[in-house]
Design a protein around this ligand. Structure first.
Ligand code: F6P
Length: 360
């Protein structure tokens, strides 16, 4: 029998357990393969003793299909090729390669974003073992797939938040600003803006002006509505191009604060009564919705099929209402920002949502 390993790497999102489950069910019950779960991304095979355990269909009898997070853990390792140590970064990739070989596996399925894929691909080439990736991230910015595991659920959370901000906006004639995640991409923001009835949606991909935002709010007023909803993606720069950043506890910085900055500008310019909500990590921890469970299951099954066919260095993707695969090189060397011709962008424009300067 074949033996494969599975791991999750990078930020958690809804649907990871559903994907692990699909890998185990398909590999085990259809192909008769053994499946080993590696804990905490590559860290589980970097440390000694290794932290790995067999996974069987019975591990998924409970609520794993619908549980958020990842049963395998995803503690950040940093880059194993430049792993943090008291004496500066060290290359610890060889320990991972040895660990994987010691497991006696015939291949690895890695569930991660583009950053993780790059690292895993490099390691698997060194180990000379087949690798298949499954794309996950709430940000939906992975090249080659229409959607990534976790995105749809994150959008649902953002839309629920807008639905709950709407009554306060309406009751108090306020401008309510919702800052959403998405790292460098505005996919969560554009989808949430359309589904949640926002008037303005600001994302890193399109330039905007505060004049434009003011005009959009005023034009809503001309139509008799005295409140508005604004969605802003966390990595959207200020209108002068500089980035709003928040300190990270323990040091460093992360995206954030653009919602407050826009709020301040609107108070200054038009005396608007503004409140800002930063949604943060609640976008990651909801139970996967049905769409994410279907996607995670389809990609898990397809990844195992790719492995069975001997296709390696591929990423299982969802495109044109079906599964497919693209090369890891394509995934790691391309980005997928929101583009002007995305249907969600065209729809937002069609609804009169202000998105800044969108090329026609
Ligand atoms: O990539 C997923 C994501 O949630 C981004 O949207 C966000 O910018 C980032 O991760 C937050 O990272 P962390 O969990 O390390 O704070």
């Amino acid at each position: 029998t074949k033996r494969i390993a599975v791991l999750t790497s990078g930020g958690d999102c809804a649907g990871l357990n559903a994907a692990i489950r699909a890998v185990v069910l398909h590999a085990n019950t259809i192909y008769g393969w053994e499946v080993i779960g590696i804990e905490d991304g590559t860290r589980g095979v970097m440390e000694r003793p290794m932290r790995v355990h067999p996974l069987a269909p019975s591990n998924f009898d409970g609520h794993m299909l619908r549980r958020a997070g990842t049963m395998l853990g995803s503690v950040s390792t940093g880059d194993p090729f430049a792993f943090p140590s008291p004496h500066g970064p060290v290359d610890r990739s060889e320990e991972i390669v040895t660990g994987l070989k010691d497991l006696g596996i015939d291949g690895l399925i890695g569930i991660g974003g583009d950053g993780s894929m790059q690292i895993l691909d490099k390691i698997m080439q060194r180990a000379d073992l087949p690798f298949v990736g499954i794309p996950k991230t709430i940000d939906n910015d992975v090249f080659g797939t229409d959607t990534t595991i976790g995105f749809d659920t994150a959008v649902t959370v953002a839309v629920e938040a807008l639905d709950r901000l709407h009554p306060t906006a309406q009751s108090h004639n306020r401008v309510m600003i919702l800052e959403v995640m998405g790292r460098d991409a505005g996919h969560i923001a554009t989808h949430a803006a359309v589904a949640g009835g926002a008037d303005v949606c600001l994302i890193p991909e399109f330039r905007y002006s505060i004049d434009g935002v003011v005009e959009a709010i005023q034009s809503v007023g001309h139509h008799g509505r005295r409140f508005s909803l604004i969605v802003v993606a966390e990595a959207t720069p200020k209108s002068d191009g500089t980035q709003a950043m928040r300190p990270r506890p323990g040091g460093g910085e992360r995206y954030g604060g653009i919602g407050e900055w826009i709020g301040d500008e609107l108070e200054k310019r038009i005396g608007a009564d503004v409140r800002v909500t930063t949604l943060g990590h609640v976008q990651r921890g909801a139970e996967p919705n049905a769409a994410d469970r279907v996607l995670a299951s389809a990609l898990g099954v397809h990844a195992v099929d790719l492995m069975a066919k001997g296709k390696t260095g591929r990423v299982a993707v969802w495109r044109n209402r079906g599964v497919g695969d693209v090369s890891i090189e394509d995934v790691v060397s391309n980005k997928r920002p929101v583009s002007a011709d995305d249907i969600v962008v065209r729809t937002a424009l069609g609804l009169g949502i202000y998105l800044g300067d969108v090329p026609l």
